[in-house]
Design a protein around this ligand. Structure first.
Ligand code: GDP
Ligand code: CA
Length: 310
């Protein structure tokens, strides 16, 4: 059994590699919920959906997010009627958001909804939210505090990042699926995917019992750095690091993952490669995932690194 912690795109890429190299049922992907919000009455879970579509082989490769074969009649009509058009909801995506809302009104937990949507899309592994309770990333910027989607989508990460607060994290509990995976005697390793350390992995670590369970783990935990050549492959991770006064690179992970992660795979050109910093050993690898073959190769390398530490 392998447990992966993931945000959206970077998380989904490595999780998809792991899903293909591991036998069916031997992977649990625990996913960030800090980006979740309610829009037009619909519960939106961007990272869970990115991971689910990717593991189902249904992710939209042209857009880089959402589901393949998407159409936009709903958005066209919404715009024509003067509705809010800053957040895109595709027609196919909408069906899933509506179903999630319906099931939640019937009393299903987010874990139950997520498992059922993954099952109906043919995914042979477990996808679980990090928590069934709301944890909401709130970004303090030079323009004031913005709920995550306002910062990320509406304002395109333009305001300067000052700090983040994960509203609800103190009261939130670890999800049953994540707790079970961490307690499973068959668990071999934890893999922290190359997700944004602040926006995607930060919410996990802000939940007391998730951080405690990760610190108390009896198996190796390895991470893959999301930084290549001092930049993020996609998204605002490097910009945020710079605005926090940190150099975007694998070494910046020490401040976020010390005590949680034993080893990191980072790019060959990363200054941290070959060093041990803050108790974390940094190993060089080709960490760019251009295609499915790269995802699987990096998944193998992460598993080999973890098994070597066991
Ligand atoms: P988000 O929720 O969509 O922002 O997804 P994540 O937080 O899971 O992933 C964002 C991070 O993925 C960014 O910081 C990227 O640098 C990283 N990323 C995306 N593709 C790759 C890749 O091929 N290799 C590595 N190492 N990181 C990647
Ligand atoms: Ca995300």
């Amino acid at each position: 059994m392998i447990l992966a912690l993931a945000g959206g795109v970077g998380g989904a890429r490595l999780a998809n590699g792991l899903a293909h190299v591991l036998p069916a049922g031997e992977l649990t992907v625990a996913v960030n919920v800090g980006d979740d919000f309610t829009h037009l009455g619909l519960p939106i879970c961007p990272d869970i959906d990115t991971v689910t579509y990717t593991l189902a082989g249904r992710n939209n490769r042209e857009l880089g997010w959402g589901v393949s074969g998407e159409s936009w009649a709903f958005m066209d009509e919404l715009k024509a009627l003067g509705g809010p058009d800053w957040f895109n909801l595709g027609d196919r995506d909408l069906a899933k958001h509506a179903l999630r809302g319906e099931w939640q009104r019937q009393g299903w937990t987010l874990s139950q909804v997520t498992a059922e949507l993954a099952r109906r899309q043919g995914i042979p592994h477990a996808i679980v939210p990090m928590s069934d309770d709301p944890v909401r990333s709130m970004v303090l910027t030079d323009e004031g505090e913005l709920p995550f989607q306002d910062y990320f989508v509406r304002r395109r990460c333009e305001p300067r990042f000052v700090s983040i607060r994960y509203a609800g994290a103190e009261q939130a509990k670890i999800s049953p699926g994540l707790a079970e995976a961490l307690a499973d005697p068959a668990l071999e390793a934890v893999v922290v995917c190359p997700s944004n350390p602040v926006l995607s992995i930060g919410p996990f670590l802000a939940v007391t019992d998730i951080a405690a369970a990760l610190r108390a783990r009896r198996v190796p935990c390895v991470a893959v750095s999301p930084f290549i050549g001092g930049e993020a492959v996609k998204g605002p991770a490097a910009k945020i690091m710079r605005e926090l006064g940190e150099e975007p690179g694998a070494a910046s992970l020490v401040g976020h993952y010390a005590g949680i992660v034993d080893a990191v795979l980072c790019d060959h050109a990363d200054p941290a490669a070959g060093q041990t910093l803050g108790g974390i050993a940094f190993h060089a690898a080709d960490t760019l995932m251009r295609d499915d073959a790269d995802q699987q190769r990096l998944a193998h390398e992460a598993l080999a690194l973890a098994r070597g530490l066991a």
